[in-house]
Design a protein around this ligand. Structure first.
Ligand code: ZN
Length: 244
């Protein structure tokens, strides 16, 4: 089985359509979604509907959760909170139900899915020491995470206590080795922050035991224009072109 892995779409329809056309062209047989379908961007309903059509096992992101639960936006910075309020007012009941149906963690074969980290679904893994608890808690060889919007992975050998951090700039393929465990972030579809503005996604090939990270250019200007027309904070539109 091959899976297209998507994370942190953030209501960016142009980026989502871009990665889905690549994943479809590559003939993936299923999809997995690591949360934050909404937040920041201008097309929450369209993105929810596209993800629902994929019938992808998925987990809840912190922005998805904030849109569902009034008051939680107070934990966000002003721009993100403004986008949460805007999204909450616009989201259809069906799409809210879809987000509500997502679990915080999920195990699919050799994979564990969580938005942030296994000890805290909204916790960030950006350094090897932050990966430690997730490595302790995971019951599968691979844990897939989103949340940081960086395409990267952490690997931990059976006889080691310190994980190795690998930054996955550009297109990179990780070959999973026996006896090594991995925490893999496919990068963000709709708001990359690793200084590469192209949309990011991944393909997991269960038989070949590879995870390929793929970057895809998309029409950033069209998304920015849409955000500005909808009155979303301009800073959220500008950051897209810097991948920051
Ligand atoms: Zn996110």
């Amino acid at each position: 089985m091959t899976y297209g892995i998507i994370a942190d779409i953030h209501s960016n329809l142009q980026a989502l359509e871009g990665v889905l056309s690549v994943l479809q062209r590559r003939g993936v047989e299923g999809y997995l979604c690591l949360g934050d379908v909404v937040g920041y961007g201008p097309r929450p309903n369209e993105c929810c509907e596209l993800v629902r059509e994929l019938d992808a096992p998925g987990v809840l992101g912190n922005h998805d959760e904030a849109v569902l639960n009034p008051g939680t936006e107070n934990w966000f910075n002003a721009y993100a909170a403004a986008a949460v309020l805007w999204t909450r007012a616009l989201l259809t009941e069906e799409n809210a139900d879809f987000l509500r149906s997502l679990d915080e963690q999920k195990v699919i074969g050799d994979l564990t899915l969580v938005h942030g980290a296994l000890d805290d679904p909204w916790g960030y893994i950006t350094e090897p020491y932050e990966a430690t608890t997730t490595f302790e808690l995971m019951s599968t060889p691979v844990c897939l995470v989103g949340h940081s919007h960086f395409a990267e992975w952490y690997e931990l050998n059976a006889n080691s206590t310190r994980a190795r951090h690998v930054t996955a700039t550009g297109d990179r393929t990780l070959t999973l080795a026996d006896g090594v465990r991995y925490i893999v972030n496919p990068g963000s579809v709709g708001q990359p922050r690793d200084r590469d503005s192209r949309a990011s996604c991944a393909i997991y090939d269960e038989e070949a035991r590879t995870i390929e990270i793929i970057r895809t250019p998309y029409n950033i200007k069209a998304c920015q224009q849409d955000m500005l027309e909808k009155g979303l904070p301009p800073a959220l539109a500008y950051r897209l072109m810097f991948g920051a």
